[in-house]
Design a protein around this ligand. Structure first.
Ligand code: BV8
Length: 244
């Protein structure tokens, strides 16, 4: 992006509050595959939507647990990218700034963002599948899935699967932030997963100037006020540099 469109600059400068929604694209530059990419190697045979469901876990807990263990290793070796880092900087500059993410990789926190609303949970959290509460696993066990130390039930990753409700508090926070935002940034998401995908619509309806950051057009491109074509890292680093 060579220059920042005047309307964006003026809306940004006068913004009382900024809200952001990120998706897998902001972590793509950290080497974390997005959902739309074909899965690599071992997992090329399955679609994420066929593994990230309670039914898949019911049917084949070991397969689903191993898929998440593979993703955890991938993310553990990843570093926050320029996009994550720029958002953490912007958060410090703007008094009313809210970050909601669809990602489960925890990279926003590692980049320094304070308490992003994790709409789809977190890969590194473990839950008892029977009790629904968090479990602290003593150490890496070979058992797949491990058993809950309290009730012996299977342990599942603390993510929101397709067909499961989003965490109420995180979604309410994200909805409230969208409703009062003057500028709403939609970064690295195809916008195809709901209800998270409804947030930019709510922001626009409430009067926000909605800006999409994505190298590709998406189903929401025609609907946003400004679509900045490019990688999250490059564009956000430019915005950090050029905007107050
Ligand atoms: C629910 C955690 C109800 C697990 C995930 C309305 C319409 C249609 C369908 C539905 C609807 N409402 C509900 C549904 C059903 C479903 C859904 O949305 N289905 C889709 C597939 C059509 N939603 C649900 O099931 C939700 N639950 O509604 O429950 C309910 C209520 C009460 C009681 C009971 C039930 C739950 C949805 C959450 C699912 N969990 N993740 C895990 O990770 O394993 S979703 C998962 O997929 C990710 O978290 C992410 O959110 C999503 C993928 O989307 P993106 O992040 O956008 O990633 P994607 O790969 O699609 O796109 C990447 C983008 O990045 C691309 O545009 C690319 O161009 C761009 N990019 C690439 N490189 C870069 C870049 N951008 C910038 N820079 C770069 N360098």
């Amino acid at each position: 992006m060579d220059r920042i469109p005047e309307e964006f600059r003026s809306r940004w400068v006068s913004a009382g509050s900024v809200a952001v929604l990120t998706g897998a694209g902001i972590s793509a530059e950290s080497g974390v595959p997005t959902f739309r990419d074909a899965q690599t190697g071992l997992w090329a045979r399955w679609r994420p939507e066929d593994l990230a469901t309670p039914q898949a876990f019911q049917r084949n807990p070991r397969l689903v647990w191993d898929w998440y263990r593979w993703r955890r290793e991938l993310v553990r070796d990843a570093e926050p990218g320029a996009g994550h880092l720029a958002l953490a900087q912007l958060e410090r500059r703007i008094p009313r700034f809210h970050l909601a993410t669809q990602n489960v990789d925890g990279l926003h926190q590692r980049a320094g963002s304070k308490e992003p609303a994790e709409l789809h949970g977190n890969l590194f959290r473990d839950l008892c599948a029977y009790e629904g509460t968090e479990v602290e696993l003593p150490e890496e066990t070979d058992e797949a899935p491990p058993r809950c130390p309290r009730c012996g039930g299977p342990v599942r990753p603390g993510v929101v699967w397709f067909g499961e409700p989003l965490p109420r508090r995180a979604m309410q926070e994200a909805e409230s932030a969208a409703a009062v935002s003057d500028v709403y940034l939609v970064i690295g998401t195809s916008g195809m997963v709901h209800p998270a995908g409804d947030l930019p619509v709510a922001a626009r309806r409430a009067g926000a100037f909605v800006v999409e950051i994505n190298p590709e057009p998406t189903p929401i491109t025609d609907f946003v006020h400004l679509s900045l074509r490019g990688r999250a890292g490059n564009i956000l680093a430019t915005l950090l540099e050029a905007l107050p």
